[in-house]
Design a protein around this ligand. Structure first.
Ligand code: SF4
Ligand code: SF4
Length: 290
């Protein structure tokens, strides 16, 4: 199984549209994971049928047992996150502000504080027309996004290791979820756009991705909106020896397709659909050369 991550470095490049299309267009069987746990949208384009949902336990949270608390106030003094509240000499911990560091439980002289696992999100497994899809949903304000990404990948891989390609829709940015997404991948397709920030973030994300030594390739979405920057992106890719696998034109048909919750498939004939079909052919060739 080849592990392929589609990433972008920034939001709004059309990465998820391309990922969904590749799941139909690559001439290989696929297993899918949406690792954008802050905004998992891949399923919106694949009409998934839910198989199961599991809670995701992230960091622990401290809880005070009022029967054991002697009201010494040490937990409040030592908490660097100001998560301990005191009202009329009654101590309690805000689960929102608690970072789960465990310092209060360590120093509490009365042994009144315990660390409890808390649900930080959920992991969903679905079936789609092209294969199983796992995705995660992080609760608002919850941390441990990297851990959730790991759990999402594990859930997907637990379904079927016999597929040809493990196709991962990565998160935007270069933070913890991306690092977790890139662990173990063989190839990366970066979908960028012709804007100053698009080029800037492309360079950043490639720098991060190279630390894992996968094969990296690039596609430019809406390339015709700013052709001078498209030229700059292509020039930079040549200098960095990164293959440019596709250039997708701006096409209102794609907007309409997404609005209807659909994906590009083999029979579509719009200019963008043809460009994405050509991208899939080029990508397939790259993957076969791995
Ligand atoms: S450190 Fe322990 S005993 Fe002291 S106020 Fe906090 S919970 Fe109560
Ligand atoms: S676990 Fe850490 S962050 Fe949470 S209340 Fe205790 S000291 Fe504060």
């Amino acid at each position: 199984m080849i592990r392929l991550a589609v990433i972008s470095g920034k939001g709004g490049t059309g990465k998820t549209v391309v990922t969904a299309a590749l799941s139909f267009l690559l001439p290989s069987s696929v297993l899918l994971a949406d690792c954008d746990v802050d905004a998992a949208n891949l399923g919106l384009l694949l009409a998934p049928k839910r198989i199961r949902v599991e809670p995701f336990y992230g960091a622990s949270v401290a809880v005070i047992d009022p029967d054991l608390c002697t009201r010494c106030g040490q937990c409040s003094e030592h908490c660097r996150f100001r998560a301990v509240d005191c009202e009329e000499a009654h101590y309690s911990i805000s689960p929102i502000r608690c970072e789960g560091c465990g310092v209060c439980a360590y120093i509490c002289p009365a042994g009144a504080i315990r660390m409890e696992s808390r649900i930080s999100g959920e992991i969903c497994l679905s079936s789609t027309a092209v294969g199983h899809l796992a995705h995660g949903r992080l609760q608002p304000g919850a941390g441990n996004s990297g851990l959730l990404v790991h759990a999402v990948k594990k859930t997907a891989l637990g379904q079927d290791q016999k597929k040809d390609i493990f196709l991962v829709d990565g998160p935007p940015g270069i933070g913890c979820p991306l690092i977790s997404t890139l662990v173990g991948v063989d190839a990366i397709l970066v979908v960028t756009e012709p804007s100053i920030s698009g080029l800037h973030d492309l360079k950043r994300v490639v720098k991060v991705a190279r630390k894992n030594s996968p094969r990296i390739a690039v596609a430019i979405n809406r390339f015709d909106l700013e052709e001078a920057i498209t030229d700059s992106i292509e020039q930079w890719c040549r200098e960095e020896d990164i293959p440019m696998l596709g250039k997708i034109p701006f096409d209102p048909w794609i907007t309409e397709l997404v609005r209807n919750g659909k994906s590009v498939t083999c029979g579509d004939t719009s200019p963008a659909a043809k460009a994405i079909q050509a991208l899939a052919v080029n990508l397939d060739r790259e993957l076969k050369a791995l």
